[in-house]
Design a protein around this ligand. Structure first.
Ligand code: HSE
Length: 303
């Protein structure tokens, strides 16, 4: 089972918008263990303790709720952990979809997102379904948290993206720290501006208007609170837009930055601009050109 990386928020859609990205993915294999236990073999520095691994938490919850047996999970991490590309979500989503298939549970997508969210809650310290919904469903997703509802839309064909992942160390609790920075009380003007941006983003996706999507990443809530945690963020954003990006924002809880582009023609220039922005702050980065991805799917090849 392969589940894609994802970017959350897309500017104004804090905990609401997500998009699956084809630039990186996690691959997992789930096999019946013949016992009640959940066991894990994982690479990429993620925990093999099933109570601390997002895939293990999901598999454990599904075993307990549906009375299935235990499983052994093998994880090949492809999504860098802790950088705002939905790494914990990719493993959680892959586990939910794989257990559903292995045991023939016949669960619908919203239920799979709910189970994948259990893993994400353990990793982020709070429930947010934006990354897991993107990894399960693919494309662009809109999430309503309570009660859980997921709307998946097909992004415009021409949408290209570039994620710049800084070469900085991130603490294990990065998402918790980054979420803690977002204010709990928001001035009405900021809320109004974000509702306008979010509504325009959805219109951009539905109309295939990548220019409108780029303009609509404008965020008055999370970005101002988090940008100080990303060295060079102002320069990265300005340089990438000058190089042809339609819009630039923080990828999920950061510290990666994502640029939206209309087609591939400016990808090289935008990558260089993002590298230059980080370099001006003394930080190297890896740039990952992406396209929107399909959701978690069965694959024959094992990486
Ligand atoms: N919506 C979440 C946040 C995504 O911004 O904290 C975390 O990947």
């Amino acid at each position: 089972m392969e589940a894609p990386a994802s970017t959350a928020n897309l500017g104004a859609g804090f905990d609401v918008f997500g998009m699956a990205l084809d630039g990186r993915h996690d691959t997992i294999r789930v096999e019946e263990s013949g016992s009640h236990s959940i066991t894990i073999t994982a690479d990429g520095g993620v925990p093999s303790d099933p109570g601390r691994n997002t895939a293990g938490i999901v598999a454990g919850a599904m075993r307990d709720d549906f009375g299935t047996g235990g499983v052994h999970i093998t994880i090949r991490k492809g999504v860098p952990a802790g950088y705002g590309m939905g790494s914990s979500a990719a493993s959680a989503a892959a586990a939910a979809v794989a257990c559903n298939e292995l045991f023939g549970l016949g669960l619908d997508r919203t239920t799979l997102v709910r189970y994948a969210g259990y893993g994400e809650r353990a990793s982020a310290g709070a429930i947010h379904y934006d990354n897991v919904a993107a990894s399960v469903c693919g494309g662009f997703v809109i999430v309503r948290t309570d009660p859980l509802g997921v709307t998946a839309l097909r992004p415009p064909e021409g949408l290209a993206l570039c994620v710049a992942v800084p070469d900085t160390k991130v603490p294990e609790s990065k998402t918790q720290v980054s979420r803690g920075a977002v204010p709990k009380s928001i001035p009405l003007g900021s809320v109004t501006a974000n509702v306008a941006s979010a509504a325009s983003m959805v219109a951009g996706v539905m109309d295939g208007d990548i220019g409108l999507m780029g303009e609509s990443v404008r965020d008055m809530i999370a970005e101002p609170a988090r940008m100080g945690m990303i060295p060079g963020y102002g320069d990265i954003k300005r340089l990438a837009v000058e190089a042809g990006a339609a819009g630039v924002t923080i990828s999920g809880a950061g510290p990666s930055v994502i640029a939206l582009m209309d087609g591939d023609s400016r990808t090289g220039e935008v990558q260089a601009a993002m590298r230059e922005g980080f370099a001006r702050a003394g930080v190297g980065c890896t740039t990952i050109p992406c396209r929107p991805a399909e959701g978690a799917r069965t694959v024959e090849e094992w990486p």
